[in-house]
Design a protein around this ligand. Structure first.
Ligand code: C2E
Ligand code: CA
Ligand code: CA
Ligand code: CA
Length: 281
């Protein structure tokens, strides 16, 4: 029994060792990904349910890992956040997203999104020249500041409220808009609405999933939509996957929706040729 116990221990140890090597390997390859041009920009439509057309797009990053193929954010964003690489990734996405949408607007002014939203991880708020980075991306690409939305989760906003508010005000003075992402999943959702200057509220997918089967959830989502509107915010329902969900949201007065039912994330060139096929009910 003793020998077996020891064997198990060694097995466990070598497994840990492998994991560590694997992680170091991923980390060094992720570190080079930006410079090697391995990041890919995908855009997902945000649909205006009244005008029945794509109103905006959300920028979502992918990593074309030469060893493992196309990686979704869940596979590398956590590592990027732990290692601090995330601010370089976010900077790349910010620039590419502004560029892609500006080019789209120039090409087809009547059939292009009015805004692009970009996700910012917490570490960005510690960068002293964040506002300069944003201003630089806008100036170099020529995208109007009114066309850019920065998405921050409640966990990001949860840090020092005074510092965060000052930061966001600085950004808003450029003319860009601020969205609270994954609204409703944080620690003090109502607190942020009171204390933090925001323009857009994105209702988390967990409140949309199963909406058709849960009257109580419907009342809750309906109330959140009204709340957002009362505060003068744009409200976007995330993760809409079915026609029933879309119909319910329309009936509740939701103006904007995003989800697989309306359009999956895709490279900009694929999306721009498909905008005519948007479904809105
Ligand atoms: P998020 O910001 O909440 O983005 C929405 C996620 O939900 C995206 O996943 C999108 O593909 C997915 N989604 C959209 N519609 C549906 C639907 O109808 N059903 C389901 N099941 N999922 C849907 P994705 O692209 O895998 O990104 C996951 C998360 O990674 C994002 O969540 C965001 O937190 C983070 N992320 C993505 N790109 C970036 C980035 O450039 N920078 C930073 N900091 N984070 C990013
Ligand atoms: Ca987001
Ligand atoms: Ca979200
Ligand atoms: Ca999320």
């Amino acid at each position: 029994a003793k020998a077996r116990g020891k064997g198990c221990y060694l097995l466990f140890e070598s497994h840990m060792h492998e994991q560590l090597l694997d992680r170091l390997d991923s980390e060094s390859r992720l570190r080079d990904a930006v410079h090697r041009g391995e990041l890919r920009l995908h855009l997902q439509p945000v649909v205006d349910l009244i005008q029945r057309k794509t109103a905006g797009v959300e920028a979502l990053v992918r990593w074309e890992d030469p060893e493992r193929g196309l990686q979704q954010p869940g596979a590398f964003i956590p590592l990027a956040e732990e290692t601090g690489l995330i601010t370089e990734i976010d900077r790349w996405v910010l620039f590419e997203a502004c560029l892609a949408v500006k080019q789209w607007q120039d090409r087809t002014p009547d059939a292009s999104p009015a805004w692009v939203s970009v996700n910012l991880s917490a570490a960005n708020l510690d960068i002293p020249d964040l506002t300069d980075r944003v201003a630089y991306a806008l100036a170099t690409t020529g995208l109007s500041p009114h066309c850019l939305v920065l998405e921050l989760t409640e966990t990001v906003l949860m840090r020092d409220i005074a510092v965060t508010s000052a930061r966001l005000e600085e950004l808003r003075e450029l003319g860009v808009k601020i969205a609270i992402d994954d609204f409703g999943t944080g620690y003090s959702s109502l607190g942020y609405l009171r204390d933090i200057p925001v323009d857009v509220l994105k209702v988390d997918r967990s409140f949309i999933t199963g909406l058709e089967d849960n009257p109580r959830q419907q009342d809750l989502v309906s109330a959140v939509i009204q709340l957002g509107h009362t505060l003068g915010l744009k409200v976007v329902a995330e993760g809409v996957e079915t026609e029933d969900q879309l119909r319910l949201l329309s009936r509740m007065g939701a103006r904007y929706a995003q989800g697989y039912y309306l359009g999956r994330p895709a490279p900009a060139d694929q999306l721009s040729t498909n905008t005519a096929t948007v479904r809105a009910g």
